[in-house]
Design a protein. Structure first.
Length: 269
């Protein structure tokens, strides 16, 4: 019997594990720090489960909850987003420092450098992320936010929601747009087809393009297509061609490289 079609974002990750749990799924570069982090499907799923358990057990996050995510394009952001959706909660993808944007939010996850501005809102439930390549905690921070890296590591590698998410539950709130959990999957599948993503693709994703396009484009559409992702932050343009060749990249999002197709654009003759 064929597997059931995905109806929630968490199902897209589950499908990737069934295809090949040990294969690289998300590879992350930051040329400003020289880091390279590679996560297999299994490793990403462990981070997602730990994040979901943290949110559910410590912050009562579940269907009907709203979680603000003030994070850059990053491998830890992928784990956070999928963790929130595993709980059945909605992601508020926002410039969280903006006035009134955090009204009604249950918890905020933010990069350490954005915490001072967010703390001015007087929020009780705030988690800070160092975005350290090895997942280490924040350093030099003296505010009231809880440290995501320290909190998440004590939680389990498997997640079971107290209340199973429904496809009709809110999934993403972004610039006036609202998508349900099921709508996220439908949009990801449709976008993957429109971009020309295919199973087995290895997609190099430019940070600027990913930020502008949003998480459906840089995260969910590749998962829906059965592709893996190479995220590049602060990329040195002169090194991207070699990186793409080294990583076995077959397609790019937001970049033009010789001999590699650019998603969403017709092939050049």
């Amino acid at each position: 019997m064929p597997p059931a079609p995905p109806v929630n974002p968490a199902d897209l990750l589950a499908a990737a594990l069934l295809r090949d749990a040990a294969a690289p799924l998300v590879t992350h570069y930051d040329d400003a720090t020289g880091e390279r982090v590679e996560l297999s499907g299994t490793t990403l799923a462990n981070w997602v489960a730990k994040t979901a358990n943290l949110l559910q057990d410590e912050f009562d996050v579940g269907p009907g909850s709203t979680v603000a995510v003030a994070l850059p394009v990053h491998w830890q952001t992928a784990a956070v987003l999928l963790g929130v959706w595993s709980c059945g909660a909605a992601v508020l993808d926002t410039a969280a420092e903006d006035e009134d944007r955090l009204d009604g939010v249950d918890v905020v996850l933010a990069a350490q450098d954005r915490l001072p501005a967010i703390e001015e809102h007087g929020l009780d439930e705030l988690l800070g992320l160092s975005l350290h390549p090895l997942g280490l905690g924040m350093t030099g921070y003296v505010g009231d936010a809880r440290d995501f890296a320290l909190e998440v590591r004590v939680h389990g590698d498997h997640f079971a929601p107290y209340q199973p998410p429904a496809p009709s539950d809110p999934g993403l709130l972004l610039a006036g747009l609202q998508l349900t959990l099921g709508g996220l999957v439908e949009t990801a599948v449709e976008l993957a087809g429109r971009l020309g993503l295919v199973a087995g693709d290895r997609v190099l994703v430019d940070e600027q393009a990913a930020t502008e396009a949003g998480p459906v484009a840089w995260l969910l559409a590749p998962l829906a297509a059965g592709a893996s992702i190479v995220l590049c932050r602060n990329a040195h343009p002169g090194g991207l061609q070699h990186r793409a060749e080294t990583e076995g990249v077959t397609a790019t999002l937001g970049l033009r490289l010789d001999g590699i197709r650019e998603l969403g654009r017709p092939a050049r003759s």
